[in-house]
Design a protein around this ligand. Structure first.
Ligand SMILES: Cc1cc2nc3c(=O)[nH]c(=O)nc-3n(C[C@H](O)[C@H](O)[C@H](O)COP(=O)(O)OP(=O)(O)OC[C@H]3O[C@@H](n4cnc5c(N)ncnc54)[C@H](O)[C@@H]3O)c2cc1C
Length: 265
């Protein structure tokens, strides 16, 4: 097989402690919010780097978001990624998971000859976990989700992986190209090479594509291509927590617990 070509899909997310939602538009307020690489995507990134260590090849990052995401993404170059593609255009804004996956899939087609698409398990802000299966659907290729290990059989052109299940694990195999989502915390993402930090922020290895750079149908992207409508937004009521010690013998404690549950106290 020619060089393994891996795309890692990376979402830049607001730091959890700074997440705010605009009560009017019901969209995330990103301005004045510090961002970071979605933590589960660091596990996907580490998986890609370990595959590159073992099989060689090339890692590209793919992200959709505003231009100010670029410095966050460039950190991956100092970790060992080779190139970054950022999809950035006002016409792509307001995308739900359908439009997001369509747009990312169009970019993957444009990158071309991709063998493996790695994603995190879910984002820390949207957290639908719909992007990896959505990508596989749009691209018409196989998918494996929530893997903790990935190996490549270069001769057979298959990806093989391990998924933990209750009481054991499964070994799964799909033909490449394929989409794989990586289980959060299944590995320890390496640190960036600090000596490459400035280099990574300056090197010409970032391609920014706007909507017109993709062969995308205008009514499939951004808000226009998003059938999801957020109809309401409410703050979850804060529930007081309390601790109560039950005393007595086993039967008495069980009876007390049953009474509490029954009476909802
Ligand atoms: C009506 C509506 C409007 C919205 N408008 C906006 C908006 O204006 N701006 C906005 O930021 N979000 C917006 N969103 C949220 C947007 O739909 C999600 O951010 C996006 O579809 C990804 O879904 P998720 O966060 O659940 O990802 P998940 O499916 O949980 O993510 C799984 C994995 O997919 C990959 N991934 C996810 N998102 C991206 C991405 N953008 N680029 C590359 N890889 C990715 C990562 O590897 C991630 O770990 C909107 C949602 C709705 C419903």
């Amino acid at each position: 097989m020619a060089d393994l070509k891996i795309v890692v899909c990376v979402k830049i997310v607001p730091k959890p402690e700074e997440i705010r939602v605009d009560p009017e538009t019901r969209l995330l307020q990103r301005v004045d919010t510090r961002s970071e690489i979605n933590p589960p995507d660091m596990n996907a990134m580490e998986m890609a780097l370990s595959l590159k260590d073992r099989y060689g090849g090339r890692i590209s990052l793919l992200s959709m978001g505003p231009p100010y995401f670029e410095p966050n993404l460039r950190v991956a170059l100092a970790m060992g990624a080779d190139h970054i593609y950022l999809l950035s255009d006002q016409k792509l804004a307001g995308a739900d998971t359908l439009a997001t996956t369509y747009t990312l899939a169009e970019a993957i087609r444009k990158i071309g000859q991709v063998n493996l698409i790695l994603c995190g398990e879910e984002s820390s802000d949207g957290a639908t976990g719909q992007v990896p299966p959505g990508l596989a659907e749009w691209l018409g290729i196989s998918q494996l989700t929530l893997l903790t290990e990935v190996n490549i059989d270069q001769e057979k052109r298959v990806a093989r992986g391990r998924r933990e299940i209750k009481g054991g694990y499964e070994i799964l195999e799909v033909p490449m190209p394929c989409v794989i989502s990586v289980k959060t915390a299944c590995n320890e993402p390496r640190f960036m090479d600090f000596s490459l930090r400035s280099w990574a922020q300056e090197i010409d290895r970032v391609t920014v594509w706007d909507a017109s750079s993709l062969a995308a149908e205008p009514d499939h992207i951004g808000l226009a291509g998003s059938p999801t409508i957020v109809t309401g937004l409410a703050e979850a009521p804060y529930r007081e927590r309390r601790r109560q010690f039950l005393t007595g013998n086993q039967d008495e404690v069980v009876q007390q617990l049953a009474d509490i549950l029954k009476n909802g106290q």
